[in-house]
Design a protein around this ligand. Structure first.
Ligand code: C5P
Length: 234
């Protein structure tokens, strides 16, 4: 049995393309992620349809708002039946605690709540432009510690930071890592990219993969290749 550590990013602007891809994937081999583009285009109905096809859905809307608004938003996400939902850690401790409390009040089966540390598209120079003077890694660690202390289930970070975080976080605190590229893959707009094997070796629990699979000639074959590269690794 495959451990399902791959989360395929359905970054499309319409339901048709997303469903075409989903129908060519296997829910026993991966989970899927719906982000802002697809959700804005197709919304909750599509999420329910994807779930009905047997897929676990990571609703990647990266909520960042006042505590009450975020708590209500994650609660509605739980109603939809998603497997994972996320918030920006920079939204603050009170916001994260409110989101966690809202999910806890929701019942026995609730989505995993993870926090976004620093987007993998951002470099030290980008952080400086928004007045963050810490190194990327230091900033990621400070944010991840806040997420842990606020009761979140894990964080989204670059796989290059996973090693540092794994050493500081409890085993059950999950590390979700986008920005995954094999040596021959196009990097696109990502800056801090890591290969799948290295990502797992660094301690990632889940790898978010978009274009290297969704743009390939056979997404299913690419998925199988990615899975076989990481099978058996810890
Ligand atoms: O196509 P690619 O593999 O670059 O897709 C990465 C996915 O992960 C995108 O959906 C992107 O929004 C998401 N993501 C990211 N960096 C984060 C959080 C999410 O790239 N820190």
């Amino acid at each position: 049995m495959v451990e399902k550590r791959l989360i395929i990013a359905l970054d499309f602007n319409n339901a048709r393309q997303a469903l075409d891809l989903v129908d060519n994937l296997d829910p026993n081999l991966c989970r899927v992620k719906v982000g802002k583009e697809l959700f804005t285009a197709s919304g909750p109905k599509l999420i329910k349809e994807i779930i009905s096809k047997g897929f676990d859905v990571f609703l990647d809307l990266k909520f960042h708002d006042i505590p009450n608004t975020v708590a209500k938003a994650v609660s509605v996400a739980a109603d939809l039946g998603v497997w994972m939902v996320n918030v920006h850690i920079s939204g603050g401790v009170v916001m994260m605690e409110a989101a966690k409390k809202a999910l806890d009040a929701h019942g026995a089966v609730t989505p995993l709540l993870v926090g976004v540390t620093v987007l993998t598209s951002l470099s030290k120079e980008d952080l400086l432009q928004i007045s963050i003077r810490q190194d990327v890694e230091d900033h990621v660690i400070s944010l991840a510690l806040l997420a842990r202390d606020s009761g979140l289930d894990g964080v989204v970070c670059s796989a290059s930071e996973a090693k540092l975080l794994r050493a500081k976080m409890p085993k059950e605190f999950c590390l979700v890592t986008p920005g995954i590229r094999r040596i021959d893959d196009v990097v696109d707009d990502q800056k801090r990219v890591v290969g799948p094997v290295e990502a797992i070796r660094n301690g990632s629990d889940y790898l978010v993969i978009g274009r290297p699979i969704t743009r390939s000639e056979s997404p299913l074959n690419s998925l199988i290749e990615f899975n076989s590269a990481i099978t058996g690794l810890n």
